[in-house]
Design a protein around this ligand. Structure first.
Ligand SMILES: [Zn+2]
Ligand SMILES: [Zn+2]
Length: 197
């Protein structure tokens, strides 16, 4: 099967256009086939994949409980492939990406500051009602579970274990979290953001 350049009629093999990849024809026109393999509807499950520019946004989304995969070095083709295979909305800062890949599940984040990016994504996908603070590990994206002090000896500073009430641990990386001034601060800024969103 061939894909035909709309301007000059030159034919290209369909296999060149996997996942909505496009190419420049020798005549200067962009040639492609729109792909429906990933749509923004994937956000119904609140699953995201952040590109290399959006590491801080990814950590914020995880703090709010959203499943957000992230790779700090990843080629466009691999980013797209992972988004499609895992059915994750692709969050990117690269405005050219939706022109180079005709795939509707690509969301260009316009804000520059991570916290503003978070507000933008919360509004865009109406995520506010689904926020579950501190339910997911900000480092590795796995679910957090409540933990008992008795099981955490040696895994958190003794004065923290002695003085705090609530702990969580990550089944993925083993990281231990606890309520403290940092979580209170995060709750405050997130509540303000949600009130605005
Ligand atoms: Zn052409
Ligand atoms: Zn973890």
């Amino acid at each position: 099967m061939a894909v035909v350049c709309p301007r000059c009629g030159r034919e290209y093999d369909v296999t060149l256009f996997e996942f909505g990849r496009t190419l420049w024809c020798t005549c200067g026109a962009r040639v492609g086939v729109a792909s429906r393999e990933l749509s923004l509807g994937a956000a119904a499950e609140n699953r995201f994949l952040a590109d290399a520019m959006l590491g801080k946004l990814a950590r914020w989304l995880r703090l709010l409980g959203f499943d957000c995969a992230y790779e700090d070095r990843i080629a466009d083709a691999e980013l797209i492939r992972r988004g499609v295979e895992q059915q994750r909305v692709i969050l990117t800062r690269d405005r050219a990406l939706p022109h180079e890949w005709w795939l509707s599940g690509i969301c260009v984040v316009r804000a520059e500051a991570p916290f503003e990016q978070l507000g933008e994504v919360l509004r865009r996908f109406a995520l506010a009602p689904s926020v579950q603070l501190f339910s997911r590990c900000s480092q590795c994206n796995r679910d957090l579970a409540s933990a008992h002090r008795a099981d955490l000896a040696g895994r958190a500073p003794p004065h923290i274990l002695a003085t705090r009430e609530h702990f969580w641990e990550c089944a993925g990386c083993g990281r231990v979290y606890w309520e403290g001034s940092h979580t209170r601060r995060i709750r405050q800024v997130v509540e303000r953001l949600l009130a605005e969103a």
